[in-house]
Ligand binder design. Structure first.
Ligand SMILES: Nc1ncnc2c1ncn2[C@@H]1O[C@H](COP(=O)(O)OP(=O)(O)O)[C@@H](O)[C@H]1O
Ligand SMILES: [Mg+2]
Length: 240
């Protein structure tokens, strides 16, 4: 089993949209048994996959070290979800209190037999939860808007990670790229190797249609960009 987290210090950069689409791509394009774990109380990823909080609470499952009873099937084959719930508001406190730096890593390891890919949708911020995520996953996918300040925040994150022993590989992605904007074009041109996801109605409407882009519009520009991103992620996970 390999794990990845969609992470950014910033909010509103397309993390949840990416997490849902990558998880759906893992399950469909690569036929991986995939678990999407929504760690953000806002539950955007959970909602987008037409789910709601499970009957039990994540807080209890985490404390007891058994999350399996909370796993729900999605509408897509091989794609399961650990939905967000309100108890995640206390997750930060819970992780600090129990003073186990690798608590999250252990919980993910618990899914080793049942899943090939575990994908985390994270809340924003360099919090205790983020530090646990850095210790737990094989790869961080970091979406950013194509602006100098977002690129700077990303560089700061990479610097921060450099201090971690066993830090995960990092894959930066420009999201919501609007090629009509000079600033977007220039920022993307300065890092030509970085993958880009266009600003696209196909992604934006996911919140209304509750359908991943590769299910609703696989041949759209955004669909192709997401498939290309997944291919790169999968290469990173299988060779890394
Ligand atoms: N590539 C995109 N094109 C257009 N809208 C997008 C794109 N990615 C995300 N969005 C929209 O931007 C908003 C924030 O995205 P979201 O994935 O929730 O960000 P985050 O999880 O980082 O807070 C949502 O309304 C989402 O539908
Ligand atoms: Mg989100």
């Amino acid at each position: 089993m390999k794990s990845l987290a969609v992470f950014s210090v910033k909010g509103g950069v397309g993390k949840s949209a990416l997490a849902v689409n990558l998880a759906h791509a893992a399950a469909t394009l690569s036929a991986r048994r995939t678990l999407l774990w929504d760690l953000d109380t806002q539950g955007a990823a959970t909602f987008t996959l037409r789910l709601a909080a499970a009957a039990g609470s994540a807080r209890k499952g985490i404390a007891e070290g058994d999350l399996a009873p909370l796993v729900q099937a999605s509408d897509y084959p091989r794609l399961d979800v650990l939905a967000a719930d309100k108890s995640l508001r206390h997750l930060e406190k819970q992780l600090v209190e129990d003073d186990k730096a690798k608590r999250l890593k252990k919980l993910i390891k618990g899914f080793d037999k049942d899943y090939d890919r575990v994908i985390l949708d994270c809340p924003p911020g360099l919090t205790e939860l983020a530090e646990q995520v850095f210790r737990a996953v094989d790869l961080l996918v970091v979406p950013m808007l194509p602006s100098p300040l977002s690129v700077r925040a990303y560089d700061q994150l990479v610097e921060h990670l450099a201090r971690f022993r066993g830090a995960p590989a990092v894959l930066p992605v420009f999201t919501m790229v609007d090629r009509r904007k000079t600033l977007h074009r220039d920022t993307v041109a300065a890092s030509p190797e970085r993958l880009t996801i266009p600003y696209a109605a196909a992604v934006e409407t996911m919140a209304a249609t509750q359908t991943p882009v590769l299910a609703a519009a696989p041949t759209s520009a955004a669909g192709k960009a997401l498939a290309a991103l997944w291919a790169q992620v999968e290469r990173g996970l299988t060779t890394g």
